[in-house]
Design a protein around this ligand. Structure first.
Ligand SMILES: Cc1cc2nc3c(=O)[nH]c(=O)nc-3n(C[C@H](O)[C@H](O)[C@H](O)COP(=O)(O)OP(=O)(O)OC[C@H]3O[C@@H](n4cnc5c(N)ncnc54)[C@H](O)[C@@H]3O)c2cc1C
Length: 343
């Protein structure tokens, strides 16, 4: 049985920084993440600019994820992707973490960093739509360049949809927004921008079918129903922004069920400890007074959770990790960085 010191559930910013810090504290570390890639919720908005992370000039969220991942790998944690944790129980003093693919992971401590749960985009309910997903039907925008000179139809009226529409204004040849309600619900300033550019906004409208080109390789026309009338719009791309389904099915065996708030968030009793010894929590999932629900808050939680895990396993250990500037663990790595810099 391969027993880890710390197993982190969730590979978002809280999980990734926990992995870095856990390595800094000499703990054998594993991350289990449901999605096929690390980064958590930030992957939903990877083309947006982040301004509010301390010490970080404005940066594309996708690039920021790459930095987080690079830092998380500093001490070579084990990474398990495409693995959804189904249940956590405790047997003979060791946590047993069961994933839905039937695998078992063993750990002395667990850090829950599952954020708001597993997010997946709400899909277009049109028969056969899925076959265009790798072509010109999109549920997220990974890079704006792909849309250069294209006619893009955006379905949705919330912040996500309207933010994309605004970003695409300067890239696409034409942007059309359709929304099933009577009014857009996004921020007013963003809606104003769309109106300034005379973007076609079709309200009380929804896509009813998709017509493909001759070789059926992509969607050519979206058929839309608006106020009972049928319209056809030629498209190069369709972006669907109908929100996200959130799945929160992580179970704890009854004897190690931590206290929750609002039936989901894990209550911290201080230092990101849950009410169950050996189980800690970091990031959006943990709740306490003065909690900062931002990326920067996840870093503080990660440090607290890892230090708590360390003390749980080694009560005589230092309460805090040593600062990185004076930490011998980085001696060799510092040397390599300096050599590269002055090469
Ligand atoms: C649209 C949007 C814009 C935002 N903009 C900003 C911003 O500008 N600045 C800022 O500071 N913050 C921003 N935030 C908030 C920020 O994204 C979150 O605070 C941060 O991502 C929380 O990180 P986390 O690691 O706690 O959780 P998450 O990022 O949610 O990561 C949790 C991870 O756990 C995984 N997971 C969940 N359950 C399981 C399971 N059972 N098994 C395995 N894996 C599981 C999920 O797949 C996910 O990858 C924004 C959020 C949104 C939605």
């Amino acid at each position: 049985m391969n027993i880890y010191d710390v197993t982190i559930i969730g590979g978002g910013p809280a999980g990734l920084y926990s992995a870095f810090y856990s390595g800094l504290r000499d703990l054998k570390t594993k991350i289990i993440e449901f999605q096929p890639k690390l980064g958590g919720k930030i992957n939903i908005f990877s083309e947006k600019m982040l301004w509010d992370v301390g010490g970080q000039p404005p940066i594309l969220a996708g690039d920021f994820v790459e930095n987080l991942k690079q830092q998380a790998m500093t001490f070579d944690p084990t990474i398990c992707l495409n693995s959804k944790v189904h249940e956590i129980r405790k047997e003979n003093g060791v946590f047993v973490i069961e994933t839905t693919d039937g695998k078992y992971h063993y750990s002395k401590t667990v850090i829950i960093a599952t954020g708001g749960g597993i997010f997946s985009p709400i899909k277009l309910e049109i028969e056969g739509a899925e076959k265009y997903e790798m072509k010109n039907l999109h549920y997220t925008i990974k890079g704006l360049e792909r849309f250069a000179g294209h006619e893009v139809l955006i379905s949705g009226g919330g912040n996500g949809a309207i933010d994309w529409a605004v970003e695409l204004l300067h890239v696409a040849k034409k942007v059309t927004v359709i929304y099933r309600k009577e009014e857009l619900t996004a921020h007013e300033a963003q809606i104003k921008k769309l109106r300034e550019y005379n973007v076609d906004i079709l309200l009380n409208a929804e896509i009813t079918s998709l017509l493909s080109n001759e070789d059926k390789s992509k969607i050519e026309t979206a058929v839309i129903k608006q106020n009972g009338q049928i319209l056809s719009i030629n498209v190069d791309d369709i972006v669907i922004s109908h929100g996200y389904n959130r799945e929160v099915s992580l179970h704890f065996a009854p004897e190690i069920e931590p206290e929750k708030k609002d039936n989901y968030c894990l209550v911290s009793t201080g230092q990101c400890k849950t009410t169950v010894p050996g189980i800690f929590a970091a990031g959006d999932i943990v709740t306490y007074n003065d909690k900062v629900g931002l990326i920067l808050g996840t870093f503080q939680d990660a440090v607290l959770a890892v230090n708590s895990a360390k003390l749980y396993m080694e009560p005589e250990a230092n309460e805090y990790g040593m600062v990185s500037s004076h930490n011998d663990k980085f001696k060799e790595k510092n040397q390599q960085i300096l050599e590269r810099k002055f090469a």
